[in-house]
Design a protein around this ligand. Structure first.
Ligand SMILES: [Zn+2]
Length: 196
C-alpha cells in the first residue's frame, strides 16, 4: 500500500488503518517503498520485539533475524528467529520458521487479518512463505538493500536483494507492506556480524 503522508504522519500508520485493503492500488504503486520514521508509525514496539529475537538468534550462533506475528487486537500470536546454523537448515529464516509454527494452528481467514513484523525485510523465500500462508500485512525495519551493503556476499548469507513488494506484486492477492522503518537497533544487530 502506498503511504499517503498527512502532515508528519503516515496515513496507514494507525491501528485502524493497519488492515485496510489495497485492492485499489496499482502494481506500480505497490512496489514503491516509502521510507517511514519511528514518529510516523505505531509499529515500533513490535519491530523492537522482532529485533530482540534477532539478538537472541545472534547470541545462539545463528544469523541476526527475528519476526513476530500480531493479530488484529494487537496481540502477539507467534514469533520466530533464525535457526540456519543451529538447525543446519538453510531455509531456517525467522519469517519462514514463524509461518511453519502458525500455519497449522491459525486459520487462513485469521492469518489474513494479521501482520508480520520483521527485523529485516523478508527475503524472496520468506515473502513466498508469507504469501502462501495468507498473512495480510508485513512491516519491516531494515531494507534488504541495506542488508546487502552490510552483509555483501558473505557466503553465510549471500543476500538476495529482491524487494518483498516485487514478490507480492506477482501474486493474485494483495499484501500490505510498510517499511523500511528507521530503527537504529535494526542496523546495530548486524554490526560486526558479517564478513564482507
Ligand atoms: Zn528469508
Amino acid at each position: 500500500m502506498r503511504c499517503l503522508v498527512v502532515g508528519s504522519r503516515c496515513a496507514v500508520s494507525t491501528l485502524d488503518d493497519r488492515f485496510h485493503t489495497v485492492s485499489t492500488v496499482s502494481t506500480t504503486d505497490a512496489i514503491q517503498p516509502h521510507v517511514v520514521t519511528v514518529d510516523d508509525v505505531d509499529d515500533a514496539g513490535f519491530l523492537l520485539q522482532a529485533i530482540d529475537l534477532a539478538e537472541q538468534a545472534r547470541a545462539s550462533g545463528d544469523h541476526p533475524f527475528g519476526a513476530v506475528l500480531v493479530g488484529r487486537s494487537g496481540t502477539v500470536v507467534g514469533s520466530g528467529l533464525n535457526t540456519v546454523v543451529t538447525d543446519r537448515d538453510p531455509t531456517g529464516h525467522a519469517e519462514t520458521n514463524l509461518v511453519r509454527t502458525v500455519g497449522g494452528r491459525i486459520s487462513r481467514a485469521d492469518l489474513s487479518t494479521m501482520t508480520m513484523y520483521a527485523s529485516t525485510e523478508p527475503c524472496a523465500m520468506c515473502a513466498g512463505a508469507i504469501y502462501w500462508a495468507g498473512i495480510g500485512a508485513v512491516v519491516y525495519a531494515l531494507a534488504e538493500s541495506e542488508l546487502r551493503q552490510l552483509a555483501g556476499a558473505d557466503p553465510a548469507n549471500p543476500v538476495l536483494d529482491l524487494p518483498c513488494r516485487e514478490v507480492f506484486a506477482r501474486g493474485v492477492r494483495e499484501i500490505e507492506v510498510r517499511g523500511p522503518v528507521d530503527l537504529p537497533k535494526a542496523r546495530e544487530v548486524h554490526a560486526g556480524f558479517w564478513s564482507r
